[in-house]
Design a protein around this ligand. Structure first.
Ligand code: CAP
Ligand code: MG
Ligand code: MG
Ligand code: MG
Length: 494
């Protein structure tokens, strides 16, 4: 009998018996707490229609395969993922995943293996991109969420809430090739110039010209010297990514044994190339340390023109679920990497807020009773005022901080803050500091001066009149340079 709009009805009637078991366009209440919900952009492969292709994806990403098998049971059918809504105009499908499918105890890699695992390689799709996810409260409780947050780091650095500002950071450049002592020298120069935070670059490990133990030792000496001379606390984010668990832990323990006081060091992990097991291991083993997720390789999945993969929002939400303290979320095109507000700012706000807007789902990262109108109103505003996030564990999962880098320099600080409408992030400028005509210390001073100008609501051009390092930075970074004009990124089918 006729149930759905004509085109959908025809597609529904075309489903075979197996595909019907992975389709339920009348799912009463997807947000009943039993399901993790997902939205994919999907273009069918071969001669399949949207519902057929979606059913094949739902099968492969939950309990099924390409045929019905004799071993299925009534209970296994209850664990089927279900297509529950389609938007034929925009090639979108909504899918409900029984979250009991997932490994108990809060395992991210397990979920990804389902929802962006085999399905990305299926012949039944020509395009499949996971755009947004919604986690039910009953699932959130299984996951760690962040422990040491940007709040803790700002407190350690003495950044007051009243005069909030981003943590001013750099990445040591050249990306690779300095000896351990040369590396530490550059750290000292940045900290001496007034910077807060230095990170290893994403490939830093135990290279023969920069032995890890020597790098740790000399960074400690450089930090002690800079703290003494500036009177300010400093932080260094050490890349602890490694070939195996033992080596990663050995690097963490080496840092902790080197005498760094709690709060003065973070653990950087190349989350995609080292893997989610490494990310979650660090979160569980070191809840007192800022866990810094670098997302090298994410472009293979997230670039807007990639039809197969997942969005920056997906990566960022999983980082918060895993309990990462901060993750790179992109400069929304202000810097050198591709991206735009849709791609980068929405994720940044989502992982900061207690109730975050996604592309399709409003995600409450806490058990905020719908009746608690006050908390909901405050939570919606919180990424501006942090009114209740001073200790958001009170209500649920703590915030995860956006870390913004990729081609930024002091002239781009205000433009990015204006786009972000928040100073709740860490900025790390590599070339933006070390390419300064007068070197790293001047580059750091220029960054600090750009921040001062912002806080005083003075344009950097005016402020530069009395701040030579900023003046030189403006001249250097704004002189016309052949920029790779990124063609308008494919508007997400949001
Ligand atoms: C930035 C950076 C970061 C990229 C990563 C680099 O250096 O250190 O790894 O920003 O991109 O290696 O390019 P610059 P994203 O400041 O010199 O550009 O932050 O988008 O993940
Ligand atoms: Mg299989
Ligand atoms: Mg880098
Ligand atoms: Mg760079």
């Amino acid at each position: 009998m006729k149930k759905y709009p004509k085109q959908i009805q025809e597609m529904y009637d075309s489903l075979n018996e197996k595909q019907r078991r992975y389709t339920n366009l009348e799912l009463a209440n997807p947000k009943n707490g039993e399901y993790m919900l997902a939205v994919y952009h999907l273009i069918p492969g071969g001669d399949l229609n949207m519902l057929q292709a979606a059913a094949e994806v739902a099968a492969e990403s939950s309990t099924g395969t390409n045929f019905t098998v004799k071993t299925e049971t009534d209970f296994s059918h209850e664990m089927n993922a279900l297509t529950y809504k389609v938007d034929l105009k925009n090639n979108l499908v909504w899918m409900a995943f029984p979250w009991r499918l997932f490994d108990r105890g809060g395992n991210i890699q397990n979920i990804l293996t389902y929802i962006v695992g085999n399905v990305l390689g299926m012949k039944e799709i020509n395009a499949l991109k996971l755009l947004d996810l919604w986690f039910p409260p009953s699932m959130l409780e299984q996951y760690d969420g962040p422990s040491y947050t940007l709040e803790d780091m700002k407190k350690y650095l003495g950044i007051s809430k009243k005069k909030d500002r981003p943590v001013l950071g750099t990445i040591i450049k050249p990306k690779m090739g300095l000896t351990s002592s040369e590396y530490a020298e550059v750290c000292y120069d940045f900290w001496k110039g007034g910077g807060d935070f230095v990170k290893n670059d994403e490939p830093q490990a135990n290279q023969d010209f920069c032995p890890y133990d020597k790098m740790v030792k000399y960074v400690k000496e450089a930090m002690d010297k800079a703290v003494k001379e500036t009177g300010n606390k400093k932080v260094h984010s050490f890349n602890v990514s490694a070939s195996d668990y033992d080596t990663m832990i050995e690097r963490c323990e080496m840092i902790r044994a080197a005498g760094f006081e709690p709060g003065s060091y973070a653990f950087l992990i190349d989350g995609l190339t080292a893997g989610w097991m490494a990310v979650q291991t660090l979160r569980r083993k070191y809840p007192d340390v800022f866990i810094h997720f670098h997302r090298a390789m994410h472009g293979a999945f997230t670039r807007p023109e990639n039809p197969i993969g997942f969005s920056v929002l997906i990566l960022s939400k999983f980082a918060r679920l895993a309990g990462v303290s901060g993750i790179h979320t992109g400069t929304a095109g202000v810097g050198k990497m591709k991206g735009n507000a849709n791609d980068d700012i929405i994720p940044a706000h989502n992982i900061l807020s207690l109730i975050g807007e996604g592309y399709f789902f409003e995600q409450s990262w806490a058990r905020v009773p719908k009746t608690d109108k006050d908390v909901i109103r405050l939570a919606k505003e919180d990424h501006l005022h942090h009114v209740i996030l001073s200790d958001d564990s009170w209500r649920g999962m703590k915030k995860c901080a956006p870390i913004i880098s990729g081609g930024l320099n002091p002239t781009k600080l205000k433009p990015f803050i204006d786009l972000m409408k928040s100073t709740d992030f860490i900025t790390t400028m590599g070339a933006g500091v070390h390419a300064h005509p007068d070197g790293t210390q001047a580059g750091a001073k220029a960054l600090v001066q750009a921040m001062e100008a912002y806080n005083k609501n003075i344009s950097i051009d005016v402020y530069a009149k009395t701040h030579p390092e900023l003046k030189k930075a403006i001249e250097f970074f704004t002189k016309p340079k052949k920029e790779v004009k990124a063609e308008e990124s494919v508007e997400k089918a949001a």
